[in-house]
Ligand binder design. Structure first.
Ligand code: 13P
Ligand code: SF4
Length: 306
């Protein structure tokens, strides 16, 4: 079968079987082309709540499928490949956080959405990379404990200096691979290019950025800009999506190593098999887990609108 034949079959079957296909922007091009919605974590969580179909196939990683399930508990939610987890989400569990909280009495506990549903049950508010700064500004407490990404946390602390933000030493193993030398090399090789970065990169790298934002934020910035060349400091799928979206502009990967193997675990064939009902993993969560974990997601949606 060719890529196009596979895609046509997926499009035909998802209509026939009433399946909504959501794809995170780090998924490969062939998968994004057959999705009903492609976006960053915040966009996906909003879209999940709106989808009319009874089955939602989440092409991404496990915490994203759990978020979809929490927002649409009555729907059948499928994770595109059962091995696709987020290593950052595994860096802290419920017991570790309960222990950490004892050292921070009076702090509002803010969790990056890249965390397990179980962890979310003991957090106050959830944030995504695109909503974090606004939400933390809107929280009615000057003391924040932010978990688990210390790089995103440092970026937020810089943007919201009026608050005291305590961090733990977690982070994304994909973005952490980008080195300062790669930034210096890219600047030398592409002196006219703007440097667009994800806040999951380390602060010593982010300081060179012309723009810092989520995957969707980076794409929107590059698409709207009058400039013609961009170095992209996030997962390399975004470089390719931008090349397709703006064929008259040039995009370069900041690091050839910025590839998330978990996001790449899902193939187009997996998507076909999932739509057929022969692959993927149905997300099953107890009512109590959904109720307790959803509180901080609802809080995110409420404060993100403010
Ligand atoms: P965003 O899509 O919210 O920018 O998050 C990036 C990421 O690392 C998702 O796992
Ligand atoms: Fe997790 Fe980083 Fe991969 Fe996103 S890019 S899923 S944060 S490991």
């Amino acid at each position: 079968m060719t890529t196009r034949e596979l895609q046509d079959e997926i499009i035909r079957l998802k209509k026939e079987k009433d399946v909504c296909v959501l794809a995170h922007a780090y998924m490969s091009r062939d998968i994004c082309e057959v999705a009903d919605f492609v976006g960053d974590s915040f966009g996906l969580s909003r879209q999940a709540a709106k989808a009319e179909q009874q089955t939602v196939l989440m092409c991404g990683v496990r915490f994203m499928a759990e978020t979809v399930k929490m927002l649409s508990p009555q729907k059948k939610v499928i994770l595109s490949n059962p091995v696709a987890g987020c290593p950052m989400a595994e860096q802290i569990d419920r017991d570790m956080l309960l222990q950490l909280k004892e050292s921070y009495p009076g702090y509002t506990v803010v969790a990056y959405i890249n965390t397990t549903a179980e962890l979310k049950t003991v957090c106050d508010v959830c944030v995504t990379s695109s909503s974090a700064v606004q939400i933390i500004r809107n929280i009615d407490n000057d003391k924040i404990l932010f978990v688990p990404d210390c790089n995103l946390g440092s970026y937020i602390a810089q943007q919201v200096p009026e608050k005291e933000i305590a961090l733990m030493r977690g982070g994304c193993p994909t973005h952490v691979r980008i080195s300062e030398q790669e930034v210096l090399d890219a600047k030398k090789r592409h002196p006219e290019a703007l440097l667009l970065m994800h806040p999951e990169c380390r602060p010593e790298i982010v300081k060179y950025a012309d723009y810092v934002g989520s995957t969707t934020g980076i794409m929107a910035y590059a698409e709207k800009s009058d400039r013609k060349e961009f170095v992209i400091g996030t997962e390399n799928a975004i470089v390719q999506h931008l090349q397709f979206a703006c064929p008259d502009k040039k995009f370069y990967a900041l690091s050839k190593d910025c590839v998330c193997h978990n996001m790449k675990a899902t193939t187009l064939m997996d998507v076909l098999d999932c739509v057929k009902g022969e692959a993927g993993e149905e997300i099953v969560m107890s009512e109590a887990l959904i109720r307790d974990a959803r509180r901080c997601i609802d809080e995110m949606l409420r404060l993100g609108d403010g």
